[in-house]
Design a protein around this ligand. Sequence first.
Ligand SMILES: [Zn+2]
Length: 355
Amino acid sequence: MIKLMVFIDGTWLYSNLRHLAKESNQPGFYIDYGLFPIALKNELEKKGALPQLDLVRTFLFGSYPVNYDVMDEDRAQRRKDFFSMLREDYHYEVEAFPIDYQRRRILHDDRSCEDSFTPKEKCVDIALATSILYHAAIADSFDIALAVVGDKDYFPLLQKTREVGKRVAVASIRQSCAKMYSDRSDEKRLKDYHIIWLNDMIDQITLKQQEALLECKSPLHAGEQGVLSTVRLKVGQPFYCDDCRAQFAEQKAEQMREYTSAGLESHQEEGRWEESYEPDETEYEGKIENLKPDRGFGFIKRQDGSSYFFHLSHLQNAEWAALEAGQGARFTVMKEPHGDKAGSVGRVWLVESDE
Ligand SMILES: [Zn+2]
């Protein structure tokens, strides 16, 4: 069987989905990432008049925000959840790299228009190129590399991949594709098949979302607890409606200003921030203490005695209503305590206690 590997420039795809959304005429257009590689394989079989291909693996290269404004925690978390869905549910190989937002809002439109800050993405294109060439150099790894790309920087990569005897296919989006990829005369000798347009595959790759009636678990929820939503929850993960999530973001920003340290800002002022920053997913153990049940937040005390602020939306595997002081918890840290101010958590998991 002819072996196929799919390599997706996730950053490029993500920022150009709007073109497909427009053509799909559907208000909430999303790609079904489970079907996506299979639809690409089917399309390539048709285009190349190929026998059934063996889809060996799908790679996606992308980035995620770190060191962003606290208002955007939900947005940042959704990106991380997206990558874990690709890995856990669909068995993609995901390589993702942090982008430092220097405490700013993630979306350009949410930042002040006088702010000239441009987020710098690192490594994504190099990682994709390295991965294709690495696999091209290994015997029996793949016969055809299908690159889902649009930026012209990849052309030397595609040339070299063909030079070592591998076949190359390109899938792209009409509104955001370097001319050389769609050039029928293929002057640069980049590909072995006609280009695949995602624009022509919209029907095959659209996520058919199913609405379900979910119960919002926020103690602050107003009105009927049942809300129609298409959100996918992990096992044990509580559901919060969009209104409550928006409210959480406001609340958290306010409470963090009130209760927690200015530790990160002081780093930044001293100009040490950029060099010293590394995303930290280290998990610590502690105990829940000091709950404010009616306000939806509390503090966790680490074994060394330091305190961390947490909000109900930080909870990954438990409902707010089930919390009690003294329960054991695992958590990641977003801010360390500073002076007499508490730090703040990234995420919190409740752990079973032995008592
Ligand atoms: Zn709600």
